[in-house]
Design a protein. Sequence first.
Lengths: 344, 344
Amino acid sequence: MSGIDYRDSGVDIDEGLRAVNLMKKEVKKTFNDNVLSELGHFGGLFKADFPGMTQPVLVASMDGVGTKLKVASLAGDYSTVGCDLVNHCVNDILVQGAYPLFFLDYIACGRLDAAVAARIVTGLAKACSENGCALLGGETAEMPGFYNAGDYDVAGTIVGSVDRNRIIDGSAVVPGHSIIGLPSSGLHTNGFSLARAVLFEKAGLTVSDHHEILGEDTVGEALLKIHRSYLNQMKPLLDRELVTGMAHITGGGVPGNLIRILPEGCGAVITPGWDVPPIFRLIKKLGSIPETEMRRAFNLGAGFLIVTSQPEKVTELLLQAGEKPFPAGEITNGDSIEYDGEGV
Amino acid sequence: MSGIDYRDSGVDIDEGLRAVNLMKKEVKKTFNDNVLSELGHFGGLFKADFPGMTQPVLVASMDGVGTKLKVASLAGDYSTVGCDLVNHCVNDILVQGAYPLFFLDYIACGRLDAAVAARIVTGLAKACSENGCALLGGETAEMPGFYNAGDYDVAGTIVGSVDRNRIIDGSAVVPGHSIIGLPSSGLHTNGFSLARAVLFEKAGLTVSDHHEILGEDTVGEALLKIHRSYLNQMKPLLDRELVTGMAHITGGGVPGNLIRILPEGCGAVITPGWDVPPIFRLIKKLGSIPETEMRRAFNLGAGFLIVTSQPEKVTELLLQAGEKPFPAGEITNGDSIEYDGEGV
């Protein structure tokens, strides 16, 4: 009977070390004065000082990339999913008024390719830097028999902070407030199972196919457009306390996410008319998907919604920040979200 | 052409809502006065006050359960993997002197069964309560085509805190210090790919099989024993500053983890002789695995190592806490970790 070792069982410790070495430089770029640890320690250390805050509150959120990863796998391009994940998480705590402190990632795969893992982490690190966030730690797990070779799952946790009296929870939203939308780049990280079912299974397209609706982009390029972060353009608004509510439009679409911040007695009327990225029109057409289902599954071009009593000032500051805000509706008396017009 | 909706694409939003409702009660039990958010918010809110600390430092770590999940799947028992994950993470920050504040989880699967997800979260919540840790948030992702039906991946992030002058990083370790070990319950969460390859593939055992080496436990029961948390028994030692270094024995075994906290000029001699759980003897025998490979892949019964200049006092306090400490070796002049004797 011959012996068996760890590599025979499908786990390659040396490839793991190679991956860590490839990641190190990118991760270190995200470190700031608050980071007290070196890569490779058991846990990441981060100084808990909150200059200027009287009652600091930590805001934490965890998320994954979802089956957008399947598209990355099909397209052989793992350079963007790290950015998707960080930006998604940044937006998720931004809606409560929090700015990011640090991020930790989890990468799992069936067989580790150090170069692929490093590409994912490079994306994570790039987005962390853009959002002033330290990439404090992470776990890369090789789980043979669990994932198909070539498949990678990527998830992460963000921790940010906000002064307690600056937490935004929608309680200050009242009927009459305006809703301003910020453009998404495409699907962001939601609705990919539906999109894949329509485009790849039902319509038989591949990531490298073109379609007249998409213009120059291939199907893969249109699907992989990076989830936008809204942090830097929102900071001037939050610092001036111009916002009563924010919604990050993820799974559930505008209705499913806006409803979460509306206080009792408040509904909303949404006025479509903003630019809808072509990929949504393609999915709707090829899947014969009803408008109501499209609204529940996708952001349809509205990646982030701002509720405010000062729409002119907000619009002006957003334009100054290079953003392209659009009017998206109004808060109403009621308890439901209605649409005034068709979107896609 | 008929329409397609989200459920057709393999994502069941209603089952997701059922899972959240089943989890809610268990998660709420972990909440303390520092938790400012309700379940279902975008991010979890946690008051950043650190009573008694002069320079609070956040310590964060992310980890997964690894392919122990495959054994849970084979045994149809998801009640313990949540505890495994939380306890693993608790130990990972404990070695730096940190006590847990909050935890966030990520559960991913191919087809969501609300009852299974709730069982995992119940385990997470139970272990969080035992470790004084709030289960602040999480993400449950249904990713059809990514995971086999019945497979669940589970990962999580812990955030804890430690006063800066109480961080333990091994820099106070000097030759002559004693190494005291604390028993593991079994594999904890490491070495499962190798264990599965040996027990299931090579030896053809199943989770419900018995083997004389294992006594009353089935193979599944022996493999699924819960990863121990060492927090509560270590607190009296840390509060009295009796410890110069700690190592959580995970992937890499004693040599791979102890080396991470030894300062320049320090090595160690390990003196096996403590109780080795039978599962390791079974794996070694059926896999014909050399002792050196066993030491690199498994904890071999030593789940946690303490380095101290006061071994008698440390041992006494651990015994008082109901723990079963054993002498595991000594810090030496040198730079390598040697073994004095065979272990398994």
